[in-house]
Design a protein around this ligand. Structure first.
Ligand code: CTP
Length: 221
């Protein structure tokens, strides 16, 4: 692994939903537009930072926009994303894990289209990808997790996620953020719990990047 001290941080962003296949034409899709990842990619490029984006099944306009702000690699399932992360993370320094990864996936994928008749689908848990990276490379880079929570539980649940995912910070957003143009989020690290002012997603991305770069400089700068 190259020394991270001698260069500007190389940014890895995950964006969009995962699609867990059920059969050749159906699947379980998390709701996520990929726009948070896009705002982060723009903020990074505006600073001249190298950006690699791992993008799930998002609208083609968002994917094309992402491509114009960095290199992209596409995934569909959480397993594809896990493989890409294992491939790309060692060569990057700052991870924004903005993808909405499914918590559950079908235990088996049918090779033929399921008929229109009652069917029970067994779901199995998806491993926590962020926690997996933290376990595999505990002292590599700065890892930022995201959390979408009910307003009244936001801080508590974000603190718990910071610990369970062993990441350096959690950017926590209230559920109302979905589909909204503005964010009233919070930034949680081991030593800091900050309620951020209401801002646009682009401003929020710049705020998160600034705070993450401070963590990076504090550790590796
Ligand atoms: N995440 C992950 N692997 C998963 C699920 C989530 O790496 N299997 C990441 C997301 O990309 C995000 C963070 O963990 O950065 C929080 O995601 P969230 O869905 O809120 O967390 P969960 O662990 O799934 O917790 P819960 O659904 O119980 O709120």
């Amino acid at each position: 692994m190259p020394s991270p001290k001698s260069h500007e941080p190389r940014i890895l962003i995950t964006a969009g939903p995962t699609l867990e296949h059920l059969d050749p034409v159906r699947g379980i899709l998390n709701r996520s537009s990929g726009k948070m990842g896009l705002a982060l990619a723009k903020a990074c490029r505006a600073r001249g930072l190298a950006v690699q984006v791992l993008v799930g099944p998002v609208e083609s306009a968002v994917r094309d926009d992402l491509r114009s702000h960095g290199e992209i690699a596409e995934y569909q399932t959480s397993e594809d994303l896990q493989k890409l992360l294992i491939n790309f993370w060692p060569e990057h320094d700052l991870l924004f894990m903005a993808a909405a990864v499914s918590d559950l996936r079908p235990a088996e994928v049918s090779q033929s289209k399921l008929p229109r008749s009652p069917v029970s689908i067994q779901l199995e848990p998806v491993p926590d990808l962020l926690a997996g990276l933290s376990d595999k490379w505990p002292s590599h880079g700065i890892r930022i997790g995201f959390a979408l929570e009910n307003k009244n539980q936001l801080m508590d649940r974000a603190r718990r996620k910071l610990a369970s995912k062993k990441c350096h910070a959690i950017a926590a957003n209230p559920l109302e953020t979905v589909g909204s143009e503005v964010v009233s989020g919070a930034w949680i690290t081991a030593g800091e719990h900050v309620a951020l002012r209401k801002m646009t997603k682009d401003e929020y991305a710049v705020e998160l990047l600034d705070r993450s770069l401070q963590l990076w400089s504090g550790k590796f700068g």
